[in-house]
Structures are given as structure tokens and as C-alpha cells.
Design a protein around this ligand. Structure first.
Ligand code: FES
Ligand SMILES: [Fe+2]
Length: 369
């Protein structure tokens, strides 16, 4: 395990917010949440937030969520709007969807005032397989480079054509890394997930030895089980790009630092972690299905949502207990079991970051030098 301070110390948390969440690519949502021109959302990126805007030209842009007048947020963090312009709620400075200043009351024809100098501050944004990432530092290397090996793995799922059909927002009293570590092992499954063990053997599967800023693995479905649901049945349509192996497995991958992508034969679930404090994390969980599933008369995504809502709550319950346990001054880091090798890969990425090195997972056996 990482040292106890990594989970409980507000100073470590502040460092992570600046470096992991505000200092490079971080997932801020799914493309489908900003589908149409004029769609706007504000999302946290480290200690500040960004305004995401879908332009008239369908281009997605990200701006620092701060008005060029006196700094009011353009939208409250977590908020959304649909408008043909961006309007600051304070003195109504108005920007076009590409960030240019369009109107500022009382400034028209003022000598020395150049509207062209007061556009919103743009940040790098990338849409990657239906997920939106923003680089709060403005200086990170291209996201696609660090996810090249993962792109091959997720391509058959065609995430950018899937349709959102459910969302749950959770607030867990646990550090974001405890939630991440929990995602990376099924060593806990026999003890806390009876429903999951019914459809997927907890000891099945393996982790990928892939290079990049991600870590993950896959698990089998039991014979006769079509997907992760309470009865193992799918009430949707299998994703059209999957081969026979893809129809028998569930892939679990974590793109550092904050997004967990769970690829099922018939749906893709995404957990996006938004750290709020050393001991608190908001989790946005979304489920997306093939358009063919949603076109089925009476289609109900509940079979997937209900299964994972039960499992999520079991996980958060355990993670919150870990957080409380680690608040003990007597807590000492323990050893990881052989079944927790992906946890090891993840904490090693974190450790590299703490040492000022790129978090990049070299693939194979992780090591810190
Ligand atoms: S701070 Fe935005 S208009 Fe004044
Ligand atoms: Fe779990």
C-alpha cells in the first residue's frame, strides 16, 4: 500500500489536485453529455473548473471557467446550460460559443478597449472514444499517445456511438485512490459481492501488461451468463463489433487519474471520480448502450443499472470503512496479495507521480526507480 498520509493528509490531497487532476489530462465527462451546439457544462479540473462548450461547428471547446471581466464563474461547477452564447451571470458579459467576447455593456467604442483581447482562455480538450478529457496545464503531451495501447482494446466497443441510458451520482466518504484500488481487484468479491460472483467468477481473468497511462484487466462471464446483471441475462443487444471472446468477457480499465471504464458485451459503464477532499469523492456513474438496444420497444436499461447500483454501493460501503480504518494513527501499510497486482500497478503510477516522474505504466511488471 501507499503510506497512510496518501489517503488522509489534506496536503497530499492538495498536491494531487494540482498535479494529477489539474496538471494533465483528466476526464470531465462523456461526449454525449454535450451533444448539440450550445450545450455547456462546467466541470472540476483540479482546484478550479472548466467550461465545456459544443460550438455551432460541432467542435467541442474548453475554457477556463472564469469571466474576463472580474472573474465570476461562467457556470457553477457541475452546472449545465443550453444557449447560443455564453453569458456571465454577474455583469452579463457575453461571449460567442468559440470564446470571443461579443458584448460588454458600457465598453462599446471605449478608446483602448479591444474586445478581441478579452476572449475566454482556451484549454486543450480531446474527445477520445466518447470520453472528454481536458488538460488543465495546457502543456501535456497528446492524450492519444499515452492511450495508444488501450485504443486497440476499446475500439470494438465503438464507445462514441453508444447512447447514454442511465446515470447515478454517488458521494462516497473515501479517498479517490481507495475507490480506484478497490476497482482493481476482485480479491474482495467473495466477501462482499454475492450478486457479482453469481455471474462472474471472482478469480477469472487477468490484468493487461500494457504500457501507457492506464491499468486494467478482464474477467470471464460464467457459462450461461450473457452479461453482468442480476440474472445474468441481457435485455439489450450485444455490441456489434465484438468477437466471440468479447461476448464472454468484461474488461475493466482505469485511465489515470480518474476514469474507470467497464466494457460489457452489451453496454459500457463509466465511473468518473471527482475528488472533493482527502476523504470524499463524487462518483458519476453512467451506462451507455448500442442505439439498437434503445430502439427495441420497451427497452429498459434497469437490468444493468440495478446490478451495478447494488455492486457500487457494496463497494463504496467497503471503501468508506477503509477510509475510517486508515484514519487510525495506528494504521500501517499492509502487503498486497498476488490477486492485487493491478492495485500494485496503480499505486506504482501514483508513486511515480509523487516522485516527479511521468506516471506512465511501462507495461509488464511495474517498478519505481
Ligand atoms: S465578472 Fe463576468 S461580467 Fe463581470
Ligand atoms: Fe467491488
Amino acid at each position: 500500500m501507499l503510506p497512510r498520509a496518501a489517503y488522509v493528509d489534506p496536503e497530499v490531497f492538495g498536491w494531487e489536485q494540482r498535479h494529477f487532476f489539474g496538471g494533465g489530462w483528466v476526464c470531465v465527462g462523456r461526449s454525449e453529455q454535450l451533444r448539440n451546439p450550445g450545450d455547456q457544462r462546467a466541470e472540476a479540473v483540479g482546484t478550479s473548473s472548466v467550461l465545456l462548450v459544443r460550438g455551432e461547428d460541432a467542435t467541442l471547446r474548453a475554457f477556463a471557467n472564469t469571466c474576463r471581466h472580474r472573474g465570476h464563474e461562467l457556470l457553477p461547477c457541475g452546472g449545465a446550460a443550453v444557449q447560443k452564447v455564453i453569458i456571465c451571470p454577474y455583469h452579463s458579459w457575453t461571449y460567442s460559443l468559440d470564446g470571443g467576447l461579443r458584448a460588454a455593456a458600457g465598453f462599446k467604442n471605449r478608446p483602448g478597449f479591444e474586445a478581441g483581447q478579452w476572449g475566454l482562455i482556451e484549454l486543450p480538450v480531446t474527445e477520445w472514444h466518447g470520453l472528454i478529457f481536458v488538460d488543465g496545464s495546457g502543456a501535456a503531451a497528446p492524450l492519444a499517445d499515452s492511450l495508444a495501447t488501450l485504443a486497440e482494446l476499446v475500439a470494438p466497443y465503438e464507445m462514441d456511438r453508444l447512447v447514454l441510458a442511465g446515470q447515478h451520482d454517488y458521494d462516497a466518504a473515501a479517498n479517490w485512490k481507495i475507490l480506484s484500488e478497490n476497482y482493481h481487484e476482485c480479491y474482495h468479491c467473495p466477501a462482499i459481492h454475492p450478486e457479482l460472483c453469481k455471474v462472474s467468477p471472482p478469480k477469472s481473468g487477468e490484468n493487461y501488461a500494457a504500457a501507457g497511462t492506464w491499468v486494467g484487466g478482464w474477467m470471464d462471464l460464467r457459462d450461461g451468463m450473457a452479461t453482468m446483471s442480476l440474472d445474468g441475462r441481457s435485455y439489450g443487444v450485444a455490441l456489434r463489433g465484438l468477437d466471440a471472446a468479447g461476448l464472454r468477457t468484461v474488461i475493466y480499465v482505469h485511465i489515470f487519474p480518474n476514469v474507470l471504464v467497464s466494457l460489457h458485451p452489451d453496454y459500457v459503464m463509466v465511473h468518473r471520480l471527482v475528488p472533493l477532499a482527502a476523504d470524499r469523492t463524487r462518483i458519476e456513474c453512467t451506462w451507455a448502450f448500442a442505439p439498437e438496444s434503445l430502439e427495441q420497444p420497451g427497452f429498459d436499461p434497469g437490468y444493468a443499472i440495478e446490478f451495478w447500483d447494488i455492486t457500487n454501493r457494496q463497494d463504496w460501503h467497503a471503501c468508506e470503512s477503509v477510509q475510517r480504518g486508515l484514519s487510525s494513527p495506528h494504521a500501517v501499510p499492509g502487503p498486497l496479495s498476488p490477486d492485487e497486482d493491478a492495485v500494485y500497478q496503480f499505486v506504482t503510477m501514483v508513486a511515480r507521480g509523487y516522485l516527479g516522474q511521468p506516471v506512465w505504466n511501462p507495461g509488464g511488471v511495474a517498478s519505481v526507480s
